[in-house]
Write a protein that binds this ligand. Structure first.
Ligand SMILES: Cc1cc2nc3c(=O)[nH]c(=O)nc-3n(C[C@H](O)[C@H](O)[C@H](O)COP(=O)(O)O)c2cc1C
Length: 350
């Protein structure tokens, strides 16, 4: 176990909020929010798995909570999906708008089924009072050793709310009240250094950098926004340099809290870059879990790649100058196949 200021992780590789839904499939055939790639990696292997952001009440957001789609309705469901998530410009643009089943349904339907995972529960609200109530629910429903932390999402653009206006009040109300360590997720579009200083002041255990970058794409033929919400959050490869900038800025400003980095991480070298910039842990997001659909056929290989990445980060911890840590070092068959897969993906992305 690694202890980051009270946040206990199995290793330094985590999964980013929402990319693996609530940490388990809805049913045998309904993955519902869980990337198909997740079937090829034991989620217990991760340092921690972060849930999607949950609110007090269920929310449709800009997508839907309906699960009873009839086969003939599938095209309209897929159209809706395409208005909430698009692959764009070396990244992904999304605006699901906190579509989630609500905190109580999570504790009823998913929490008991994910007890083998080291979990981080992401919470979202529109006032300090809502965050306080959410923390109270988690305090009652999860024992301190049952989850690693709660993560406060006070930085999402997809719900069109000025979170910087409530941030300090949220920290003042929610952090001291939590029985669990609290992580604060930062937006690159806000004054993240000021927010990190507030986090230190109110006893936050660690920072997660970064949430998606506010962004816009229009259909070049019609001029219509690609997403139903017009603006969305950009993630993936396109924002990796921004994520690195934020981590380095925080360290340059003297912020000492542990930092979990997420922005465009795909390979072990990405992880090392973030560690060198000042991160204490890395988190895998869109680049790993939102593979292009054809990529699902390569699920088993991707699963091996991810396991290998975790092993390399663990080995790096033991011996930062060891052979495993060297790019191009010995890596066995998956090591040789991984760069080839990466190159093939880049070609197909063009
Ligand atoms: C489809 C999608 C849904 C997301 N939903 C949430 C969310 O509910 N809460 C949250 O804090 N971050 C959410 N994020 C942001 C990610 O957790 C992460 O911070 C961001 O994507 C940057 O990391 P990445 O480039 O590694 O994906 C979402 C990202 C994507 C792509």
């Amino acid at each position: 176990m690694i202890d980051l200021n009270g946040v206990r992780l199995r290793n330094r590789v985590m999964t980013s909020s929402s990319l693996l839904g609530y940490g388990a499939a809805r049913g045998r055939f309904a993955l519902y929010g869980l990337s198909p790639i997740a079937q090829w990696v034991p989620l217990e292997r991760f340092g921690a798995v972060t849930t999607r952001t949950m609110t007090l009440e269920p929310r449709e957001g800009h997508f839907t909570l309906r699960e009873d789609w009839k086969p003939h309705e599938l095209p309209s469901m897929l159209r809706r999906y395409a208005q909430a998530l698009r692959q764009v410009d070396s990244g992904w643009l999304n605006a699901f708008g906190w579509c989630n089943i609500g905190i109580e349904a999570y504790f009823r339907d998913y929490f008991p089924r994910t007890s083998k995972l080291n979990r981080i529960i992401s919470l979202g609200g529109f006032s300090a009072d809502e965050f306080r109530q959410l923390v109270d629910v988690v305090n009652v429903r999860a024992e301190p050793d049952e989850i690693a932390a709660v993560e406060l999402n006070v930085s999402c653009h997809n719900v069109n709310f000025p979170f910087e206006t409530i941030l300090e009040e949220v920290l003042a109300e929610a952090v001291g009240r939590s029985r669990h360590p609290v992580l604060l997720k930062l937006s690159p579009d806000y004054d993240y250094v000021a927010h990190a200083r507030l986090a230190e002041k109110y006893g936050v255990a660690g920072l997660v950098a970064i949430n998606t970058v506010k962004a816009l794409r229009l259909d070049p033929r019609s001029g219509e926004p690609l997403l139903r919400n017009r603006f969305g959050g950009l993630s993936g490869r396109a924002i990796k340099p921004i994520g690195l900038r934020v981590v380095a800025d925080l360290r340059d400003a003297g912020i000492r809290l542990p930092i979990v980095a997420t922005a465009g991480i795909r390979t072990f070298d990405d992880c090392r870059e973030y560690f060198w910039a000042g991160a204490d842990a890395v988190s895998l997001g869109s680049e790993v879990w939102l593979a292009p659909y054809w990529g699902y056929a390569l699920g088993p290989l991707r699963g091996l790649q991810i396991r290998r990445l975790i092993r390399r980060v663990e080995a790096y911890e033991r011996d930062p100058r060891g052979a495993w840590a060297r790019p191009g070092g010995r890596g066995g068959l998956t090591g040789r196949l991984s760069p080839a897969l990466g190159r093939a993906e880049q070609l197909l992305h063009r």
